[in-house]
Design a protein around this ligand. Structure first.
Ligand SMILES: [Zn+2]
Length: 245
């Protein structure tokens, strides 16, 4: 599925995880790279937008998880697009083993959504990470020199290098998994942090919400779930209310 969610911003998804295309001045930036098999969706969608793979200028990865780095290496090699990630997730993006998560996946075994997510991602090859051979890194506050000039906002917790990307002129925040609107393990809808079973540091993820709350964005585009259009401040308020899962 592909939908324009804001002027020049396209959401692509084949279930569970979202990735986004930013269009600016005839050039494209990809935010996240879905699961490996989601490459086909990208390739199918580009011509319908009047674009070719060559128009892809960069791939920005919000964090080093296999449902977000999916086809990044393929895009890097095929479209010669550099892949960017926060410096704290760079080693894992290149294939290092991540530290353990703070919740256990077995806590979700009774949830239908848990299996739905697992099966959907496995079918699309996201059960393992495809290492990205070369990455460029960014730090908190950096304005990336790519179309749209997104500003990186470091919001650790889900992973050490989890980041959101702020498009100031559009008042839009691509939140990655720092703040989502659908829980991929329980199916709960609405603004929330990711479930503990998928987080490296859940208390830190909650603390990062305070930092995100200061971002003056109306529209929040999450890694999982539907866009949220009532402002990031309101999304953070609801996420804190929802608490960990
Ligand atoms: Zn995710």
């Amino acid at each position: 599925m592909h939908a324009q969610v804001a002027d020049g911003i396209h959401r692509l998804s084949q279930g569970v995880c979202n990735f986004y295309l930013i269009e600016e001045g005839g050039r494209l930036v990809l935010v996240d790279a879905g699961a490996p098999a989601d490459w086909n969706l990208l390739v199918r969608t580009l011509p319908t937008l009047g674009h070719a793979l060559d128009d892809l200028e960069a791939v920005l990865v919000t964090h080093a998880h296999s449902d977000h780095t999916g086809f990044a290496e393929r895009a890097r090699v095929t479209a010669h697009a550099p892949v960017w990630v926060h410096q704290a997730d760079a080693a894992v993006a290149k294939g290092a083993t991540p530290a353990k998560n703070d919740g256990r996946a077995t806590a979700y075994l009774l949830r239908v959504e848990f299996y739905r997510t697992l099966i959907s991602l496995a079918r699309r090859g996201a059960t393992r990470m495809i290492p990205i051979q070369e990455v460029s890194t960014f730090a908190d506050g950096e304005a990336l020199d790519v179309p749209g000039r997104p500003r990186a906002i470091h919001a650790p917790g889900h992973t050490p290098g989890s980041a959101a990307l702020f498009l100031e002129s559009r008042r839009l925040l691509l939140a990655g998994d720092a703040l989502v609107t659908r829980n991929p393990l329980t199916g709960r809808l609405g603004p929330q942090i990711m479930p503990s079973g998928l987080n490296q540091d859940t208390p830190q993820a909650l603390r990062s919400l305070e930092y995100l709350a200061s971002v003056p964005a109306e529209v929040l585009l999450p890694g999982h779930g539907e866009p949220f259009t009532e402002g990031v401040g309101e999304a953070v308020r609801r996420a804190k209310e929802a608490g960990p899962s």
